[in-house]
Design a protein around this ligand. Sequence first.
Ligand code: F3S
Ligand code: F3S
Length: 105
Amino acid sequence: TYVISQPCVDLKDRACVDECPVDCIYEGKRMLYIHPDECVDCGACEPVCPVEAIFYEDDTPEEYKAYYDANVQFFDDLGSPGGAAKMGEIDKDHPLIAALPLQVH
Ligand code: F3S
Ligand code: F3S
């Protein structure tokens, strides 16, 4: 799967959402999250993020390693909704993201 990481926090450019062929990039309050089971690893989202927040799981830089679990665990209580558009902004973030100070871009 692919992983969204800290540069997305408090920015949420959303360019990635338009590229995803399976609509598996879900919006939280402060960051977007890729569904690990719905993502088909097409890689279309990665180059369009203006702040390079998206990585293939094995290529995630050391400082962002915890974001793999953050993306996965975001869906613990959501299951597999099968499409982000119908969900709109989901009223939560993973605790790792919720605890961050406001990110200034
Ligand atoms: Fe975030 Fe980049 Fe997508 S800022 S919403 S991961 S285009
Ligand atoms: Fe979508 Fe990116 Fe996966 S475009 S299918 S989230 S690699």
